[in-house]
Design a protein around this ligand. Structure first.
Ligand code: GLA
Length: 399
């Protein structure tokens, strides 16, 4: 069986692709091309909106935006992924509930910048991307962040140059996603796209937005991170994500804490919190969140100590917790995880929001092909669509 490898583009190729779409559509040169990566989260799932810790890396797969500013308030958009045509919107018409689809992520960023008082006018933009779409690898945050750094440059905001400015851009991308695109997500994906560093995992503390860059070089340990896009499409995803978030907020209110993160440092401990909750679903959701935050701390401690092969155990525990307590896995994700482990992976887990999307497996560098084939065969045997594969290395942020 042949393996479907999801290739990334060399940055110069990606930029040229977007610029070429721009030239063809708008009959002029863009002012420049900006890009931002997708991400894969190593551990710390469904913790970001609970004030917790997470540990994503930026992918080599990026979204490219070729942009030219305009003298009016119109935005004209074209995407190589949607060859049907050119869309035109007036920035004055952008408001919560007014824009559907991928266009909302682009104009949503302009809207959020304007809401924050930045002088943003109209622009022409052409998009091309090699971030797998709908794979749980944050193609939407990559799109938002590529547009954010583009608008920062063409409107001279000067935010991209510092981590503080990038934090501001990330927060505005979250606003665009929550309010214009209508997805109630936390802030992990946008932080990864804008604040990660090549070679490092991004330890993000969602309580105060602080970060630590943790060296993450699996090749130095003869290991690799295999990412499997299950290509599973599940209905009700948005509703399920919002329901998990609501359950966490309700539990926090019952416990009298601002965020569930407080339970991690409460001397009365997790058992006290679980005893106080009557709702069985909330008990399981809280147990996942609190134990997952602890796993991030241990994962980072293992990386710091150079005990990299041991992180697989924490990945396995994270998957069990997401499957059994948080209930966001699915048949396809479980199949990747079980098959990869049976084929020799040191650990495996679903990554991202769940209900489909991608899983990751920690494998010996010389066993990547073997594990990928085992997973592809298992999907074929189960009558499932062939999955996509990539090997993730910690890559560069938006630029
Ligand atoms: C999605 C969201 C993130 C985060 C993850 C789960 O990717 O966009 O904010 O909540 O799910 O960890």
């Amino acid at each position: 069986m042949s393996i479907d490898w999801l290739e990334d583009w060399a940055p110069t190729d990606g930029a040229e692709r977007a610029a070429s779409v721009f030239r063809t559509r708008f009959d002029t040169e863009p002012e420049g091309t900006w890009s931002a990566p997708g991400r894969v989260n190593l551990i710390g799932e469904h913790t970001d909106y609970n004030g917790g810790l997470c540990l994503p890396i930026a992918l080599p797969h990026r979204t490219y935006a070729a942009v030219r500013r305009r003298d009016d308030d119109l935005v004209r958009l074209v995407s190589a992924q949607e060859p049907t045509g050119l869309r035109t919107l007036d920035l004055a018409d952008v408001a919560p509930g007014a824009v559907d689809g991928w266009v909302g992520y682009v104009v949503g960023v302009a809207w959020a910048l304007r809401q924050a008082g930045h002088a943003i006018g109209g622009f022409d933009v052409a998009i091309d991307s090699c971030v797998p779409y709908g794979a749980g690898l944050s193609s939407s945050a990559a799109l938002e962040a590529s547009v954010a750094v583009a608008l920062d440059a063409v409107f001279g905001l000067g935010l991209e140059g510092s981590d503080e400015g990038r934090t501001t851009l990330a927060a505005l991308c979250v606003r665009a996603e929550n309010e214009i695109a209508g997805a109630p997500t936390g802030g992990m994906d946008q932080a990864a796209a804008l604040r990660a560093r090549e070679g490092d995992a991004l330890l993000l503390d969602c309580l105060d937005g602080s970060v630590r860059h943790v060296p993450f070089d699996l090749a130095a340990h003869d290991l690799a991170l295999l990412v499997v896009d299950t290509r599973a499409e599940h209905a009700l995803v948005d509703g399920q994500y919002a329901a998990r978030r609501a359950a966490c907020e309700a539990a926090a209110a019952t416990l009298g804490v601002e965020t569930l993160r407080e339970i991690n440092s409460d001397p009365r401990g997790l058992e006290w919190a679980l005893d106080k909750l009557d709702d069985e679903d909330q008990v399981r959701r809280v147990r996942h969140v609190v134990t997952e935050i602890d796993r991030v701390t241990w994962f980072v401690a293992l990386l710091d100590a150079g005990e990299v092969s041991l992180i697989g155990t924490l990945m396995n525990q994270s998957h069990a917790s997401l499957r059994d307590d948080y209930e966001v896995s699915c048949r396809e994700l479980d199949l990747v995880v079980d098959t990869a482990r049976a084929a020799g992976a040191l650990g495996a887990r679903m990554t991202g929001g769940g209900f489909g999307g991608s899983a990751i497996a920690l494998v010996a560098a010389d066993e990547v092909d073997r594990v990928a084939h085992a997973v592809a065969d298992a999907f074929a045997d189960a009558g499932l669509r062939a999955p996509g594969f990539l090997v993730a290395t910690a890559s560069a942020p938006a630029s």
